[in-house]
Design a protein around this ligand. Structure first.
Ligand SMILES: *Cc1c(COP(=O)(O)O)cnc(C)c1O
Length: 227
């Protein structure tokens, strides 16, 4: 059976999330997004069989193929960069975590209006300032929030961020708290930004302590990726 360790791994992850939630004291619900990139469609099926309902992919094309191969009615999340000319291919996604620029926001808004149903998105924010990471700079969010609030083709449900790999705990907390602050500013501008997508296999416990509502987990559930 593929991914036969998944139920045991998942039980351990859930217990750790529960303890982190108690330590954090924010009382939020936490949803696990099973990140199946580079694995075959059987990873998404195994996730469903283990009781997970949310699956994340970082490439539109890879996800589109898997959507045709996976019969379980999982909710698909796009967690990687998307080009503006691909927004029409996002209709089968439950949530796009990676709205990383104003120009992409424009394209998503336009598509949401054209199809008559707003696109559910998270604003990706680059809190750490790493040049290799995409996303809005926190300093630019204030001005953008007003613009986003006027877009009828978009539903900005929250914020996504990634911490630098192998950060120390203080850096992780600073990055996650920075994302939390951006979400608060979006809400102040009238946006329904209640979700915080932050935390990966190496840092999800601290992310949950800092208020994550969505954790994006690959390796800790499925084992090391070869690609
Ligand atoms: C791959 C990926 C993850 C999952 O990473 P793991 O370390 O395997 O848990 C989470 N978020 C994004 C954006 C990713 O690309």
């Amino acid at each position: 059976m593929p991914f036969q360790d998944l139920p045991a791994r998942l039980a351990e992850v859930k217990a750790k999330i529960e303890r982190a939630r108690e330590r954090g004291g924010r009382g939020q619900e936490v949803t696990i997004v099973a990140v199946t990139k580079t694995y075959g469609p059987d990873a998404a099926t195994a996730a469903w069989d283990a009781g997970l309902r949310d699956v994340g992919e970082n490439r539109v094309q890879e996800a589109a193929v898997k959507m045709t191969e996976v019969s379980a009615p999982v909710r698909w999340h796009l967690i990687g960069h998307v080009q503006r000319n691909k927004v029409k291919q996002l209709d089968d996604f439950h949530l796009v975590h990676s709205m990383d620029s104003g120009r992409l926001a424009d394209a998503l808004d336009e598509h949401g209006r054209a199809r008559g149903r707003p696109m559910a998105v998270l604003l990706q924010v680059n809190v750490s300032g790493e040049g290799t990471k995409g996303g809005y700079e926190p300093a630019n969010v204030e001005a953008e929030a007003e613009r986003l609030a006027g877009m009828t083709g978009l539903l900005v449900r929250g914020v996504m961020t990634m911490a630098p790999f192998e950060s120390d705990e203080a850096t992780l907390r600073r990055v996650f708290a920075g994302a939390r602050d951006v979400a608060a500013r979006l809400r102040a501008a009238g946006l329904p930004a209640t979700e915080l997508s932050m935390g990966m296999s190496g840092d999800y416990e601290i992310a949950v302590e800092e208020g994550a509502t969505l954790v994006r987990l690959g390796t800790v559930l499925f084992g090391a990726r070869s690609a």
